[in-house]
Design a protein around this ligand. Structure first.
Ligand code: NAP
Ligand code: GDD
Length: 325
């Protein structure tokens, strides 16, 4: 921007990562703009919980609508664009595959086009995902591991990933793709397994719920804290040369062991409460994810700071507070 203040545009600002990233950028002195699709209910609870709702500039727009993205680029005069907006729940992507493809795949290309048309010098970040590894081809996945997505979500995100690489190669744009492994927080949506579990643990502890129904508890994920991961996003847009980076902890934990941690935090045994319900089993599963973040460490100086134990304790405590304990 002309007064020297940097401007950022975040799609998906009302989501978990969007809220933490907005907080980080505000702390660095950015003018922060957020693309907000029209919804019939208020979606700003995360921004309110972080106390930053009044500090961000919301722009009406949707990843389905190119004209709104061009207008958002013009209004925000963004130097940095973070494309975090998505239908991000893997389970839903089997029920709404075409919407997922349109928003997560074509939507990313629309955002790249809007950036190219309005300000091709802007630095672009694409929220790619470890779901692209799917049926894994290496024990520890890094930037060179071949992809094999296992859900319509993973397939759509592959398009967005390669579109980002392609705009970098076609137009010389500073477009980076962050291949982020699962990251969680007290602001995580309730449908994702960690938050579903921590919310249930708090409810059970307070006598508000009797059992917890889950799907495949033997799958394993490389889980980190979202607050740590948004720092990696920002570091990518600050590099002299755009590139792709795996962001992960390098540790994998089963859903079963995550349950053990969460129930154990309030002195309960998960085996007394968890039931398996076929309703939550997916048509195709990603059995295990384990990232190798060596490149991010070497090139960005990024490392995770929060352990799985700290993360789950933080989430259970937040849900206990929310439920009034
Ligand atoms: P999230 O909490 O589900 O947030 C998704 C955001 O996208 C919300 O702000 C949502 O708006 C917005 N959105 C949905 N449809 C849109 C549309 N048509 N136009 C514009 N915005 C739209 O997801 P998250 O966990 O913060 O993840 C952020 C991004 O990183 C996503 O792209 C996700 O796929 C990717 N990712 C996440 C992880 C992870 O573990 N969290 C790992 C790798 C990659 P509403 O609030 O109005 O619905
Ligand atoms: N959601 C959910 N609910 N998952 C369950 C359940 C349940 O009741 N029971 C078992 N699981 C298993 C899923 O089958 C999966 O193996 C694992 O728990 C994690 O599921 P989610 O928390 O829904 O996350 P995800 O790994 O499918 O996707 C998340 O991480 C991706 C990065 O790898 C999302 O944040 C994606 O947007 C992200 O790209």
């Amino acid at each position: 921007m002309s007064n020297g203040q940097r401007s950022a545009l975040i799609t998906g600002i009302t989501g978990q990562d969007g809220a933490y990233l907005a907080q980080l950028l505000l702390g660095k002195g950015y003018r922060v703009h957020g693309l907000a699709p029209r919804r019939s209910t208020d979606t700003s609870w995360r921004l309110r919980e972080l106390g930053i709702l009044d500090d961000v500039h919301m722009i009406d727009g949707d990843l389905a609508d190119l004209s709104s993205l061009i207008r958002a680029m013009e209004q925000s005069r963004a130097d940095e664009v973070y494309n975090l907006g998505a239908q991000s729940f893997v389970g839903t992507s089997w029920q709404q595959p075409l919407l997922t493809a349109d928003i997560d795949g074509t939507g990313a290309m629309r955002m790249l086009e809007a950036t190219r048309i309005v300000n091709r010098e802007a630095h672009f970040y694409q929220a790619s995902t470890s779901e692209m590894f799917g049926l894994i081809k290496a024990e520890r996945q890094d930037e060179n591991t071949p992809f094999h997505p296992r859900s319509p979500y993973g397939v759509a995100k592959m398009m967005a990933h390669w579109a980002t690489v392609n705009y970098r190669e076609s137009y010389g744009m500073h477009a980076s793709s962050g291949i982020l492994f699962n990251h969680e927080s007290p602001l995580r949506g309730i449908e994702f397994v960690t938050r579903k579990v921590t919310n249930a643990v708090a409810s059970i502890k307070l006598g508000l719920q009797k059992e917890l129904r889950l799907g495949n508890i033997d799958s394993k994920r490389d889980w980190g804290f979202a607050g740590d991961y948004v720092e990696a996003m920002w570091l990518m847009t600050q590099q002299a040369v755009a590139d792709d980076f795996v962001v992960a902890t390098g540790i994998t934990v089963s859903v079963r062991d995550m349950c053990k941690l969460a129930f154990g935090h309030v002195g309960l045994n998960y085996e007394d409460y968890v039931l398996i319900d076929p309703k939550f089993i997916r048509p195709a599963e990603v059995d295990v994810l384990l990232g190798n973040p060596a490149k991010a460490k070497a090139a960005l100086g990024w490392e995770p700071r929060t352990s799985m134990e700290q993360l789950i304790s933080m989430m259970v405590d937040a849900d206990m507070r929310r439920l009034g304990a």
